[in-house]
Design a protein around this ligand. Structure first.
Ligand code: SF4
Length: 238
C-alpha cells in the first residue's frame, strides 16, 4: 500500500496515509477502509515513522490521513509529526477527524498554533442532507446546522456517485461546502467490499455536468478514484 505522495496541483502538499488504532465509529455503510488499523502502537509507530521519514517540506504543507481520526494515532506518532513539521519548516498541517472527536479539535489547534503550525481539520460529512447522510450512509453526525459544524472544521469531504443523488443534489452539496468551509474534496464512490455500490448514471452525470464546473477550482479537489491522491490501494505492509 502506498502511504506517501506529493500533490502538485491546487493546494500543493505532501500527503501521508498513516495507521492508527482504528476508527472508533466504523459504522458508515459505504466504508471498508477502517480495516486499515493496528492495535499494537509499536507496530503503528514503526510504519508511521518510515512514512513520515519521506516528508521533505517541499510545499510547507502536510496532510495526514489515517482511515479514522487523528486522535486514533499513538502519542509517539503525533510527537513525530510535530518533529517532522518543525524540522522541515511545515507551517500548515491537515488532519481528519470524525464528529465523535470534535471536542478534541480546538485544543489541538491551539497546541499546534503555539508551535507555529496552523492546523486545518477535515470532516467526511459526505452530504449536508441530514436524512440521506444518517439513514443511508449512517455517518454518525447528529448535527444538522452547518454553522455548528463549521466551528470545528475547515474542510469537508463529500461522497458522490451514489444512487438517489441528482445533479441538483450534488451541486447543492458542493455549494454549501464552498460557502461554509475553506476547501471541499469530492470523492466519487468506487466499488469496495461493502454493499453500497457506485451508481454509473450518477457518476456519468457528475462527469458530464459537474466535473467541468469545478475541475479547475482551486478550492475543490475531485477524486474520481479513491487513490487519485497517490496513497491507498492494497495493503502490503503489515
Ligand atoms: S468515520 Fe471514516 S473511517 Fe470511520 S467508518 Fe466512517 S468513513 Fe470509515
Amino acid at each position: 500500500m502506498e502511504r506517501y505522495s506529493l500533490i502538485n496541483e491546487k493546494n500543493k502538499r505532501e500527503i501521508v496515509l498513516l495507521i492508527g488504532s482504528g476508527c472508533k465509529w466504523k459504522k458508515c455503510t459505504f466504508c471498508d477502509y477502517h480495516t486499515d488499523f493496528n492495535k499494537n502502537q509499536d507496530i503503528c509507530f514503526d510504519i508511521n515513522k518510515k512514512v513520515l521519514g519521506k516528508v521533505t517540506g517541499i510545499y510547507n504543507t502536510l496532510e495526514v490521513i489515517n482511515s479514522g481520526s487523528f486522535v486514533d494515532l499513538d502519542k509517539n506518532t503525533l510527537d513525530y509529526i510535530e518533529k517532522v513539521c518543525l524540522e522541515n519548516k511545515i507551517n500548515k498541517l491537515h488532519f481528519e477527524c470524525h464528529w465523535l472527536h470534535k471536542d478534541d479539535i480546538l485544543k489541538t489547534k491551539d497546541y499546534f498554533k503555539s508551535k507555529g503550525i496552523t492546523l486545518k481539520t477535515k470532516l467526511g460529512i459526505e452530504t449536508f442532507d441530514y436524512y440521506y447522510r444518517e439513514s443511508f450512509l449512517r455517518k454518525g453526525i447528529e448535527e444538522k446546522e452547518v454553522k455548528n459544524i463549521a466551528k470545528y472544521y475547515d474542510e469537508v469531504c463529500l461522497l458522490q456517485g451514489l444512487s438517489g443523488q441528482s445533479v441538483e443534489f450534488m451541486l447543492k452539496d458542493i455549494a454549501i461546502g464552498l460557502e461554509n468551509f475553506e476547501r471541499v474534496c469530492v470523492n466519487i464512490m468506487v466499488e469496495n467490499k461493502t454493499y453500497i455500490k457506485p451508481d454509473p448514471r450518477t457518476i456519468q452525470n457528475f462527469i458530464e455536468q459537474i466535473y467541468p464546473i469545478y475541475k479547475h477550482n482551486n478550492r475543490v479537489d475531485i477524486l474520481l478514484n479513491n487513490t487519485d491522491f497517490g496513497v491507498g490501494g492494497e495493503k502490503d505492509d503489515k
